[in-house]
Design a binder for this molecule. Structure first.
Ligand code: DC
Length: 234
């Protein structure tokens, strides 16, 4: 894939990266921005969640790096119209379970797993553009992205949001447990040696603690438009 620092260059497929901690709303916002622009979307966390599910199905617990990496490399994953399949089976809901999220955070700390998923993530970069969300989209996977967002929100706000999401799905959850889980996952994602959760030096940080989804989507689209006028027409 050819690329330069300006994603609005005619021969380069532009990418907007949205990184941030668990439950910051980045998945929803990335999808909305992608829909608005008519671009593709990459939910990179889903790839780590699928790897976690494959590890669990193989009877593992994420402690065996080469097993997890091999499963990541061979992942038979399909993303189509909001449905995520693993080996042909619809696992859209299963991979959203907190237990899978926790195991995903564990396998995501393994460098061989990250290496196994690298090319697969870059393959999502297709015309007319890509909105990619995760932890290292702007720092490692698409370092040349012309627009990088770091979406943050206070941990207690994120726990409340996750609690509401689960309640709306009819899943009961304890708020204090969710808060503890989020803190643990934040620490693991931020403190790991490989591709830790960190804002890229050239990222724009948006704190969504007290801002609704619509406003954040508008902010991102506004930043993209401004970048377009700075670089000339796409
Ligand atoms: O965004 P998410 O909650 O679906 O991600 C699940 C886990 O995967 C998260 O705890 C960290 C990991 N992850 C990662 O390390 N790098 C990414 N680009 C995306 C997710």
């Amino acid at each position: 894939m050819t690329s330069t620092s300006s994603g609005r260059d005619a021969c380069v497929v532009p990418v907007i990266t949205i990184d941030g901690p668990t439950a910051s709303g980045k998945g929803t916002i990335a999808q909305r921005v992608a829909d608005h622009l008519g671009w593709h979307a990459l939910d990179s966390g889903a790839l780590y969640r699928l790897t976690a599910l494959a590890v669990r199905q193989a009877g593992g617990d994420g402690g065996d790096e080469s097993q997890a990496a091999q499963l990541a490399r061979r992942l038979d994953a399909q993303f189509s119209a909001g449905v995520i399949r693993l080996d042909g089976r619809d696992v859209t809901q299963i991979i959203r379970q907190e237990a899978i999220g926790n195991l995903a955070s564990k396998v995501a700390a393994l460098p061989a797993v990250r290496a196994a998923l690298l090319a697969r993530q870059r393959d999502f970069r297709r015309a007319p553009g890509l909105v990619a969300d995760g932890r290292d989209m702007g720092t490692v996977i698409f370092p040349d992205a012309p627009l990088k967002i770091f979406l943050d929100a206070a941990v207690d706000v994120r726990a409340e949001r996750r609690h509401k999401q689960l309640r709306d799905k009819g899943i009961s959850a304890n708020l204090d447990d969710l808060l503890n889980d989020l803190r643990l996952r934040d620490a693991r994602d931020r403190d790991r040696a490989h591709a830790p959760l960190v804002a890229a030096a050239d990222a724009v940080t948006i704190d969504s603690s007290h801002v609704g989804v619509d406003q954040v989507v508008d902010q991102v689209l506004d930043l993209w438009r401004k970048l377009g006028s700075a670089h000339g027409p796409a």
